[in-house]
Design a protein around this ligand. Structure first.
Ligand code: 3PG
Length: 207
């Protein structure tokens, strides 16, 4: 899949994925596509992450492939070189914001305060991540931000599960939510792609 126009409008639930073993990357991505969620935020939290991005880019081109947990300019460049079509960061410094912009691919900088949202807006970026969502005030907090800053749109993540996702998705400033619940570590380790496909289908139905 080529770079998406807006990361927030790809899928209602963006699977946030941790890959420990590169051999799981391709079947996991295929299970998400089969379940109706053709997008993935593959986090740069493990030594296998960049190879996993390379493998998915080569073998599952129909998925919108993003790299998550991008915290440095070097990681941003490496992820795009590996095949990431979009980037997601948990937070945002001025240096990282400039580095994300320099990559030329869409990205969601992380925000959790009104001032951070305003900093990102000042840079001309209106799509962002809200993290850690539940710990930072959850859906009521984001609802409050919509009044003074309606141009900011969010992908909230952090502590969101299938039961709490609809409250976020009902907000005018939320395009999608993200979370790890679609790809539980035990299911990935066991190669239980059927279970992951079912969790993806359940999440896709929230859209
Ligand atoms: C993220 O990077 O978005 C978080 O790690 C999401 O994790 P959680 O869905 O398990 O809270």
């Amino acid at each position: 899949m080529s770079a998406p126009e807006s990361v927030l409008d790809l899928v209602p639930v963006l699977p946030v994925v941790v890959v420990e073993d590169v051999a799981t990357a391709v079947p996991l991505a295929r299970a998400l596509v089969a379940g109706g969620l053709p997008a993935i935020e593959l986090t740069l939290r493990t030594p296998a992450a960049l190879d996993a991005i390379r493998a998915i880019a080569a073998e599952v081109p129909e998925i919108a492939l993003g790299a998550g947990t991008v915290t440095s300019a070097a990681q941003a460049a490496a992820a795009v070189e590996a095949g990431a079509a979009f980037l997601v960061s948990p937070g945002c410094t001025p240096g990282l914001l400039a580095a994300l912009q320099a990559t030329g691919v869409p990205f969601l900088p992380g925000t959790s305060t009104v001032s951070e949202v305003m900093t990102v807006l000042e840079a001309g970026v209106t799509s962002m991540k809200f993290f850690p969502a539940e710990a930072s005030g959850g859906a009521p907090y984001l609802r409050s931000v919509a009044d003074p800053l309606p141009q900011a749109r969010f992908c909230p993540t952090g502590g969101i599960r299938v039961a709490s996702a609809p409250a976020y998705l009902a907000l005018p400033n939320v395009g999608c939510v993200g979370g790890t619940w679609i790809t539980p570590a035990d299911a990935v380790a066991a190669g239980d792609w059927e279970r992951i496909g079912k969790l993806a289908a359940e999440a896709a139905a929230l859209g």
